[in-house]
Write a protein that binds this ligand. Structure first.
Ligand code: NAP
Ligand code: F7E
Length: 353
């Protein structure tokens, strides 16, 4: 079997590539040219040399078609996206081009080149937005969507394009409505990794405070390596269908800080500083998913829950910072030291307050 993964350099792309290699797949990855190489996740998982990389960009349909022709894949996993909700308020058009129109381009390429290719599309719990979540209900495949960010609006367009190509042309195309999933390979700007990395730095004496935004937001946080298996399972079914993947629990940002600080013997109230600049113009207050349909039809269920997730993430960051202080750089750290040690460039701006 051959699989093409877009977004191979991201958190999910790396874990999915490892998973598919383990199943005996030949794995191709679409990557976009960057001025600094960003293969640190693939290097970290020890799979960089096992993947065939093909250059391309979601905003360039010619490059997508070229990748589909070159790989001749049985399955495509479309994980590429401008995936940071906060940035989508600052770059709504770029987000729409990549996360919305890019998916329409990929579907067009599949239809024209080989409509028998199966497509997994990375949809998101952000589609539900604010209206339903106010009531803290368990969200499932029947719940209504009311996006609350340019990111979610672009993803809603993509969600319907996938459904339309399935119904109109019989393409095996599915939306995985995944709730938040995290890991030590999560990007540093997302709140869980920002916290685990920040708390570990405080523990080893490299920082004194951790600046955050809305501490009351609640999310349903699962473990990314388990979620990529659900993506694969969705493409192994007899009929294409959309599934919710979630843990069924929600916890607040404050609880995540409490859990990680407590694990390292720190008092969270002494280290956290709330900054307006990390709050969003609109924020979804609570998301909690019901994955029972995935349990029944795919046989999928989450194993790692909130407490274990928070602890494994902060321990991994602590280990990395201790290695750094002992003068041992991992190879992938050396390549990406700016990103890994200083955080996303947007967060380097001096505080405005
Ligand atoms: P991520 O770590 O931010 O990775 C995003 C990937 O997309 C990166 O490989 C990135 O490449 C690539 N990309 C961005 N713009 C591109 C473009 N114009 N052309 C080609 N590639 C491009 O995201 P993730 O957490 O792995 O998430 C994977 C997918 O699942 C995304 O679509 C995300 O929106 C969706 N999702 C994630 C979650 C979650 O909790 N993680 C939940 C629901 C849905 P660079 O490395 O070059 O930037
Ligand atoms: O924010 C709050 C923030 O950026 C979670 C993406 O993978 O999951 C992710 O989107 C919550 C929000 O993830 C800070 O306001 C407080 O309420 O980690 P996040 P997200 O926005 O939920 C969904 C399912 C996706 O599809 C996305 O691709 O935490 N929060 N203080 C903060 N968030 C950040 N980033 N930084 C803070 O300082």
């Amino acid at each position: 079997m051959k699989a093409l993964i877009t977004g191979i350099t991201g958190q999910d792309g790396a874990y999915l590539a490892r998973f598919l290699l383990g199943k005996g797949y030949e794995v191709f990855g679409l990557y976009r040219r960057t001025s600094t190489p960003n293969f640190w996740r693939l290097l970290n998982l020890g799979i960089f040399d096992k993947i065939r990389l093909i250059p391309g960009d979601m905003t360039d349909i010619a490059s997508l078609s070229n990748a589909v022709i070159e790989c001749e894949p049985d399955e495509i996993y479309n994980l590429a996206a401008q995936s940071f909700v906060g940035t989508s308020f600052e770059e709504p058009l770029a987000t729409a081009q990549v996360d919305g129109l890019g998916v329409a381009s990929l579907l067009t390429s599949i239809k024209q080149i080989n409509p028998r290719i199966r497509l997994y599309h990375a949809s998101t719990s952000e589609l539900y937005g604010i209206s339903e979540s106010k009531a803290k209900v368990l969200l499932n495949e029947q719940s209504s969507f009311w996006p609350a960010s340019p990111y979610a609006a672009a993803k809603l367009y993509a969600f319907h394009q996938v459904r339309i190509y399935r119904e109109a042309y019989g393409i095996f195309a599915v939306n995985g409505i995944l709730f938040n999933h995290e890991s030590p390979l999560r990007g540093l700007e997302f709140v869980t990794r920002k916290i685990s990395n920040g708390v570990a730095r405080i523990k080893v004496g490299l920082a004194e405070t951790l600046e955050l935004g809305n501490l009351d937001a609640e999310r349903d946080w699962g473990y990314a390596p388990e979620y990529v298996e659900a993506m694969w399972l969705m493409l192994q079914q007899d009929k294409p269908d959309d599934f919710v993947i979630a843990t069924g629990e929600s916890h607040s940002v404050k609880e995540f800080v409490e859990q990680t600080c407590g694990h390292l013997g720190l008092d969270w109230q002494e280290v956290v500083v709330v900054r307006e600049r990390f709050k969003r113009p609109l924020d979804v207050p609570c998301l909690r998913g019901d994955a029972s349909r995935a349990g029944q039809k795919l046989g999928w269920s989450p194993k790692i829950h909130f407490r274990e997730l928070a602890e494994l993430m902060v321990e991994e960051d602590l280990k990395r910072w201790n290695s750094y202080l002992e003068g041992q750089l991992f190879p992938w750290d050396a390549i990406n030291d700016q990103l890994l040690y200083q955080g996303h460039s947007a967060l380097l701006q001096p505080p405005s307050e």
